[in-house]
Ligand binder design. Structure first.
Ligand code: GTR
Length: 434
């Protein structure tokens, strides 16, 4: 049934001139450069997606109750077992927060800046994550807030000289950043976010675990993996699981901050951190809105299409991102009991926004759209409007239902356009509460 629908969709996409199509020259160029990678839609193999509304034992999900009691838990469990792995601990009982900076007159009086150290086991010399928070002073508080991890350290997010310089991982070592590294990362337009009435909270992903294959000796892995016993389990968390866990711990803090509306936290992430934001939003229902930007393979894109980055390629390049069980599925995507539409469906009925980029074929934009669309029946079952599009929308023409989607011009990045549309989406869903 779903397969027939996918075929119809593929046809519709082909015959729909107004919908986005990849640039044929780009397809040709990329295919020549990487003949082992599918960049040409015509080479996508036939595939069948697991029906989100049919349980693994064949039971049809006809009511929201069946979704909540049977289907959702088994999908969550399948992602833990086969893909992202499981965290050995939820909120650590000894976790403490230290607000080590509070300035109500930051950014020329426009913002309140806070820096909070999350001491994961309560010890100052133990593992910690620093959360950098800016809140708009001219908005009604408590404010809705965007939460995201960053790639280069909090000091890189903004030139504000008061941002603490915490060591970051460089070539496998923790290195103290220099003054010159301030404000080098243009991916979070702090002032623009504040101007639209949102706060923003961010933490360096390397504070949780570093991003290299030998990461298991560091960060929260080093602290908590003994809970698995003598050896890591084949379904023990990988780095994406740990980053998602860190996002939930950040939310634990935000729930204690009276200036923040913890019921309106938007979790957002780009690329590998978009995979983490989806997984965080899927597991932790406290996140009000979930946004994935160019998350691709292991994020919003369907694995079974084998378009662009595949399971084999991602496991080879990043053996630490997923659990060991996921390695079984390299070149055997058809055997995966889940696909990424089910990850999106886990977020239902909460709003989810998937953003692709025209030149980012590695991340399979059409596969991201089709995953969003294939999650729609769950959103409908739970009483929302789902994704109001049947075919891929044109470039730079976002679709916004409870599921939203856009494909913008340009390459793999978190751009101002992505932020503006993400905030439009949040405005739409927080309307009346903001
Ligand atoms: C790429 C990786 C993608 C994507 C990206 C990123 O090298 O293949 O899955 O996550 O990195 O995080 O920038």
């Amino acid at each position: 049934m779903l397969w027939v629908w996918v075929m119809v969709m593929a046809q519709a996409v082909k015959g729909e001139p107004s919908g986005w199509q990849p640039n044929p020259e780009l397809v040709k160029r990329l295919s020549e450069r990487r003949p082992d990678v599918i960049y040409d839609e015509a080479k996508v193999p036939p595939y069948t997606l697991p029906d989100p509304l049919i349980c693994f034992d064949g039971t049809k999900v006809t009511t929201p109750q069946l979704w909540w009691q049977k289907r959702r838990p088994e999908i969550l469990e399948a992602f833990r077992t086969h893909m992202y792995g499981r965290a050995p601990i939820a909120k650590p009982p000894g976790m403490r927060f230290e607000i080590f900076d509070l300035d109500r007159n930051a950014l020329n009086g426009r913002a309140t800046r806070k820096q909070v150290r999350l001491l994961f086991v309560g010890k100052p010399d133990g593992p910690s994550m620093d959360l950098l928070i800016y809140l708009p002073n001219d908005a009604q508080q408590p404010v809705p807030i965007f939460l995201l991890l960053n790639f280069f350290g909090n000091h890189a997010v903004h030139p504000d000289p008061a941002i603490h310089l915490k060591p970051v991982w460089l070539a496998g070592q923790l290195v103290a950043p220099t003054e010159r590294a301030r404000g080098r990362d243009p991916s979070i337009p702090v002032e623009k976010i504040l101007a639209r009435g949102y706060g923003v909270a961010t933490a360096y992903y390397g504070d949780i675990v570093p991003d290299f294959p030998d990461c298991f000796r560091h960060g929260v892995f080093a602290t908590f993996d003994h809970l698995f016993g003598e050896k890591r389990w084949p379904d023990a968390w990988g780095a994406i699981g740990a980053w998602a866990w860190g996002l939930s711990r950040a939310l634990d803090y935000l729930e204690t901050d009276p200036d923040v509306d913890a019921k309106r936290v938007v979790v957002l992430g780009h690329s590998r951190l978009g995979k983490a934001s989806l997984w965080a939003g899927a597991q932790d229902e406290r996140f009000a809105i979930v946004i994935s930007n160019n998350s691709g393979c292991g994020g919003a894109a369907l694995s079974k299409r084998k378009f662009g980055e595949t399971v084999a390629l991602i496991n080879r390049a990043f053996p630490h991102w997923f659990c060991d069980n996921f390695k079984r599925y390299g070149d055997r995507e058809e055997e995966l009991p889940v696909d990424q539409h089910l990850l999106i469906a886990l977020i239902a009925p909460r709003p989810v926004y998937i953003a692709s980029a025209d030149e980012d074929l590695w991340a399979d934009p059409l596969g991201e759209f089709l995953a969003a669309k294939a999650a729609d029946p769950v959103y409908k079952l739970l009483g929302t409007d789902g994704l109001p599009a049947t075919t891929m929308p044109p470039l730079n023409k976002p679709v916004m239902g409870t599921i939203g989607y856009h494909i913008r011009s340009g390459g793999h990045a978190l751009t101002e356009y992505d932020w503006e549309r993400s905030m439009d989406f949040a405005d739409k869903h927080f309307k009346g509460t903001k």
